[in-house]
Design a protein around this ligand. Structure first.
Ligand code: ZN
Length: 426
């Protein structure tokens, strides 16, 4: 099998920066990271001047639709975790991408949102009236081969505890989006070890009520307990700035299905009054301060976007999330690790998230130096998927075909119905 090397200006291998090195690829794997001067004579070398080569990025919080898959690859996101979708639909997509990796990123999935007595999102949620019911659902998710289970906002503390115990017995990771009635300390004592959106410690509308000092005081014990945070700052940032005209001029929108772009323009939060929007903006600042305190104390932070909520272009919104993590006080290397090595370790993906001998050859080259300016991430120059260079033109053609069809998969339907409940498409 032919070997070739990618020789960028620098390699961020998931943990540290290496200059004057090349990644050597054979088949689907990286077989080594070598000093450029030490490459064997005659080896095919693809120079990437001015570029930094990174491991393929991992988005730990998305809700997939078919039209999103080309966008992820265009952005260098080569693995995603779906955190709530129709069970049968997501299983089919996971199978399809396993069979054809060039069709999209690798998919991990949680199946439906496991919710309390009423499902907040009926399209993708499942209601449970008691602890026994949620234990049965966790068993079913294990039997269907889910990669994790996701708990949702209406669950009681008793149900959360039952789900956590059952998931632990089945060896199934568990993540939670906590509702307003369950605080983080309670959830952690019930067994939760991964939290979405900083729920349980920040209110997304009335964030000023959060006592940041109190959260900071508990941060070290949360870190010791192994609590990971998937903050998805970017979705809250966008939800409080839906009316910003800047987002109407985002050229990356060409990777978004036109029906969904249209939904973004009429999303319900747009009509909220100015005071409400400003309160939400204050809450995003509180989220950043809380995250800075948690990360500073050593809590694991993994990156997720919550695409395709408004103005979250699949894949590219993960770049935006990493910028916000830097705003919140993370070092750029820590932000990059949250979407590469740290994400892979957290998700149990041993061969992902790093550029080293033996890892899957999923990589992305960006123009410039993301450790100096995290914003260069969206300047994607080359994407390698399982050792093959992604053809952006072919990807654009695939996207165009998908955009010519109605966006009628379960999550697109959820978005369309949510933005226009009266016109629900049945
Ligand atoms: Zn979500």
């Amino acid at each position: 099998m032919d070997r070739f090397a990618l020789a960028p200006a620098a390699i961020f291998d998931g943990e540290r920066l290496r200059e004057a090195h090349a990644a050597v690829v054979e088949g689907e794997r990286v077989v080594g990271v070598e000093a450029v001067g030490a490459l064997p004579e005659g080896m095919e070398v693809r120079e990437l001047p001015g570029c930094t080569l990174l491991p393929g990025l991992i988005d730990c919080h998305t809700h997939l639709s078919d039209w999103m898959l080309p966008a992820f690859l265009a952005a260098g996101v080569t693995a995603v975790r779906d955190t709530g979708n129709d069970l049968a639909w997501i299983l089919r997509r996971r199978e399809r991408t396993r069979a054809d990796p060039m069709a999209g990123p690798d998919i991990l999935c949680c199946g439906p949102l496991l919710d309390g007595s009423a499902a907040f999102w009926p399209h993708i949620g499942r209601s449970h009236t008691d602890a026994a019911a949620i234990r049965r659902s966790v068993d079913e998710m294990a039997e269907r081969g889910m990669d994790a289970v996701k708990l949702y906002v209406h669950l009681t503390t008793e149900q959360i505890g039952a789900a956590a115990t059952q998931a632990d017995q089945r060896g199934l990771p568990l993540l939670a989006h906590l509702g307003p009635s369950v605080d983080l300390a309670t959830a952690v004592s019930a067994g939760v070890r991964e939290v979405q959106h900083l729920t349980g410690c920040v209110h997304h509308v009335e964030g000023w009520r959060t006592n940041v000092d109190e959260v900071a005081a508990s941060a070290a014990s949360l870190a010791r307990a192994g609590v990971a945070q998937c903050p998805t700052l970017v979705v809250w940032d966008r939800l409080c700035r839906l009316n910003d005209t800047a987002f109407r001029h985002d050229r990356r929108d060409r990777w978004v299905h036109p029906e969904i772009s249209a939904v973004w323009q009429r999303f319900p939060h747009r009509t909220g009054d100015v005071a409400d929007r400003l309160d939400r903006q204050r809450s995003v600042n509180t989220m950043k301060r809380v995250l800075g305190a948690l990360a500073g104390a050593g809590c694991t932070v993994i990156a997720g976007s919550d695409a395709p909520f408004p103005h979250l272009v699949p894949g590219f919104s993960l770049h935006d999330e990493l910028s916000l993590l830097v705003d919140a006080g993370l070092e750029p290397a820590a932000a990059l690790a949250s979407a590469t090595s740290v994400a892979a370790d957290h998700l149990g993906l041993a061969d992902y998230g790093r550029i080293r001998a033996g890892s899957i050859a999923d990589m992305v080259a960006v123009g410039g130096h993301p450790l100096e300016d995290i914003c260069v991430l969206s300047d994607v120059r080359l994407v390698l998927r399982r050792g093959r260079i992604v053809n952006f033109e072919a990807l654009g053609a695939t996207a165009a075909q998908l955009f010519a069809r109605p966006a009628d998969d379960p999550f697109s339907r959820l978005m369309i119905d949510f933005a226009e409940p009266a016109a629900g498409r049945g």
